[in-house]
Design a protein around this ligand. Structure first.
Ligand code: 5GP
Ligand code: MG
Length: 187
């Protein structure tokens, strides 16, 4: 039997409490897919760039609902260690399709400060896409410091550290389909 949402989970030394059930995630993603379908229907030059590892569940759910033609490609970049941003951003790895002149839709798990996404946008622009849009499962408006548009957001979050639905704490927690939030040790 799978874990019930009312139970806490423990990852290493940290406790995480139930926060957002998968049923709500599914609804939010379906609503976002409806908005995105209107935007991209009839666009014959679409490339979906899924940012691994975190976006794998969101991408599967979103692309399954979207029903438009597009190439799906997977890239990797990482700037996050544990639960705080290091500010160190690795290169974009694994981009194996030509994006020149095409509409690129980045599929990301979460935009927090926006620094990681800024780096990705900068590298992609060097390859001359016609346009780059961002679709993210989660967005933290209070943390965001970017000056670009985060066009498609499935759900806004307060400043909490979450795991589940693809999001990890040092490699653990990604496989839970519900979202859990870090329980502050100080209460
Ligand atoms: P940013 O550069 O926007 O501050 O951070 C983006 C990256 O930080 C995300 O791609 C993700 O890997 C990580 N991140 C930010 N907030 C969270 C969170 O609440 N939970 C987890 N697991 N990762 C987060
Ligand atoms: Mg990510």
């Amino acid at each position: 039997m799978s874990k019930q949402l009312h139970e806490n989970i423990v990852l290493y030394d940290k406790k995480f409490a139930p926060f957002i059930p998968y049923s709500e995630i599914k609804e939010r993603v379906a609503a976002l897919a409806n908005r995105m379908r209107k935007e991209y229907e009839g666009n014959n030059n679409l490339v979906f760039l899924v940012v691994l590892n975190g976006a794998f569940m969101f991408a599967a759910e979103l692309l399954g609902e979207l029903d438009v033609n597009g190439v799906v490609s997977f890239i990797k970049l990482s700037s996050y260690r544990g639960n705080s941003t290091t500010g160190v951003v690795d290169d974009v790895l694994g981009l194996d399709c030509n994006i020149e002149g095409r509409t690129v839709v980045i599929i990301e798990d979460i935009v927090d400060t926006g620094i990681t996404m800024q780096h990705l946008l900068d590298s992609l622009k060097k390859k001359h896409p016609a346009r780059v849009d961002i679709a993210t499962m989660f967005f933290k408006p209070e943390s965001f410091r970017g000056n670009y548009e985060v066009k498609f957001v499935a759900m806004e979050l307060p400043k909490e550290f979450i795991v589940g639905f693809g999001l990890d704490y040092d490699g653990l927690g990604r496989n839970y389909k519900d979202i859990y939030k870090l329980v502050n040790e100080r209460g």
